[in-house]
Structures are given as structure tokens and as C-alpha cells.
Design a binder for this molecule. Sequence first.
Ligand SMILES: *Cc1c(COP(=O)(O)O)cnc(C)c1O
Length: 370
Amino acid sequence: MVNEAFDTNWVAPVGPHITAFEQEVADYIDVKGAVALSSGTAAIHLALLLLNVGREDRVFCSTFTFVASANPIMYQGAEPVFIDSEPESWNMSPQALERALKEAAAENKLPKAVIVVHLYGQVAKMQEILRICKLYDVPVVEDAAESLGATYFGIHSGSMGDFGIFSFNGNKIITTSGGGMLVSNSEKLLERARFLATQAKDPALHYQHSVMGFNYRMSNISAGIGRAQLKSLNGKVDARRSVYKNYVDDLTSIEGISFMPEYHGSFSSRWLTVMLLDQTKLNVTPEQLVTYLNDQMIEARVVWKPLHLQPLFKGTGYYSHSNDNHVAEKLYENGVCLPSGSNLSPKDQQRVIKHIKECLKHSIGREAVI
Ligand SMILES: *Cc1c(COP(=O)(O)O)cnc(C)c1O
């Protein structure tokens, strides 16, 4: 399809692949429509614009996520308030959200939107979250950048809120090398998103502009790549799930090691396999393990540092899961993202597992529990 884009000389910023890619993603997740954009971050930004988020407004956002989830709140001059995770999904805690909304309602300062992130390929507890947001009449934006292909009681991630966003950045489950998508069941709002994403040109021949726009559209070439990638999505989800299963089968017998759970109703794409090292049982920190693996030319990472701990967001509001349970902070202290690519061969994965075992053995020394 990329060749076709070149063959037909359609390397211009508009073209047939864009419309087709939008339709195919919308059909795949079962929503009315989609707008292909230059990045997932741009998609979040447009969602907030369409929800009229502006100066002095508040937006609630999951704390356990990549910074791109929250930056668009700042682009709009609004104030983020971060919501902790809960232990089963590792995503937004409905009980923390409920407390935060109750307090905000009492102050007459309800947020203009709630950004719920579906991290590492798993959908948040949307039934509870949607119920609570509906109660307070607050719109929901699903940051599904990491969870294309995941479902929740059979419903696709990104299709349940007022808006959903996906990313096709190089590290995501399918990629256009760089790109994103805004999805919704409101064709009217999506039409507005298309307008804003293409410099907000008024329908006139003389380049007239009445509102400020952006250069946020995806190119036809990228959309051609995206269409080819989308065809292999289900296979990629299967591959990532079996990578996860191999790690679990080989490593859970080690005391102190556990993995990101998959809770009732959730079908995770297992975008990344995340392992926890119980610091009370193991004598090795996530940073030590990541460094050890990196020295073996194995790419591993620590998990996202919660946004309420970031210097950038110093002093912003934050609601923990419960008074004495800060779930995201605990995950951050113990979590490691393992190599999880859909093209990871069994042989390479065995090498990763071998080195994880060796690292734990060395660090534990005489008290080895392996
Ligand atoms: C990757 C990512 C984004 C941003 O997507 P880009 O396409 O890189 O702008 C947003 N949120 C999360 C959770 C992500 O992982």
C-alpha cells in the first residue's frame, strides 16, 4: 500500500489512504468515525479542545502513565489533577476518582474532562469509571495509545468514552513510524477535529481563518503503512500474549516475582510484559535489573514514573487509591518492562530469561531463592 502511494504519486498530505485507514480503525473498534493525526499527543490535544478545555479549567488524568497523556492539559493552560491506580488493572482507581469528583463538586470546580489511560495494553475498569463520570456529567477521554487490540468485556479499548485516542509511534503495537488517531461516535465533533487539524481553513477560496488551527494531520504515506499494519494487528496481539505467557511460565516460580495481572473481563494486548520485583523478598531493584540486562544488550526499562512525582507537575493535586495505599508509587518501586516485541524469537526470549535469573542469583548471593 505504501508502494501504491508512491506509484500513484499520492505522497501529498491528503489522499485516499487516510480516509480508508480512518474507516478501517473505526470499523475495527466499532465506533462511528476516526480522524488520522500526526501523533497520539495531537489526538489528546484535539479531544481537549473539542471539550472546550481552557485556562482555569481542571482535567483529571491517570497518574501512572507517560507524560504525553497530561501535556495537552498544559497546552490548554488548564490544571491537571492526578488519580492513582488500583491493584487489579493497574489503571485509574474508581474509588480515588470518586473521592476526587466528590470534593471537586463540593468546591464547584468539577473537571472539564477525565483522561483515563489504558496502560501496557490493559483497559481500565471502565464500567465503574464511566458510571462515576456520568453521575457528575464529566466527559471521558480514553488514552488508548498503548492498548489498541485490547478489550473489556468484549468491547474495544478507546470506544467507550466520549473520545478515544491511539498512537502509531514506533514503539507501539502497530506503527506508522509516527502518527495517531482520534475516534468518537460523534461525527460532528470529528468533522470539527479534521478542520482544526488542517490549519482551520474556512470554506473560502482566499485562505480565510477565523479560529486558530493546527498542522496535525497524518500523511497519506503514513496512512498507507498504517493500513498494512492494521491487517496484522490480531496476530501481533497473539504474539505479545504468548511472549507474556512464556515469561510467566518460566519465572513465576521465583519467590518475589509477579506479573501484571489480567483481571475479570479484561483481554490485554500485553503491549509490554511488566514484571514486579518484591523488594521485601528480592535483593535487586528494578534499576539494577534494567542496568544488568542493558549490559547484556537486552533492552528493558523501568515502568513509567507516576506523573504526580514528576518535577514538571510539582504541587499539582493527586488522589491516592486510599489513605495509606499509593498503588502507582508501589508499582514504580517494583516494576520492570521486559522485551515484549511481537517478533521476539523463542531463542531470544530464553536468553532474556536466562539473564534475568542470573541477575537475581548474583544479587541475592548466598540467600538465593532460585
Ligand atoms: C505513546 C503514548 C502517547 C503519545 O503518543 P504519541 O503518538 O507518541 O504522541 C500517549 N499516551 C500514552 C500512554 C503513550 O504510551
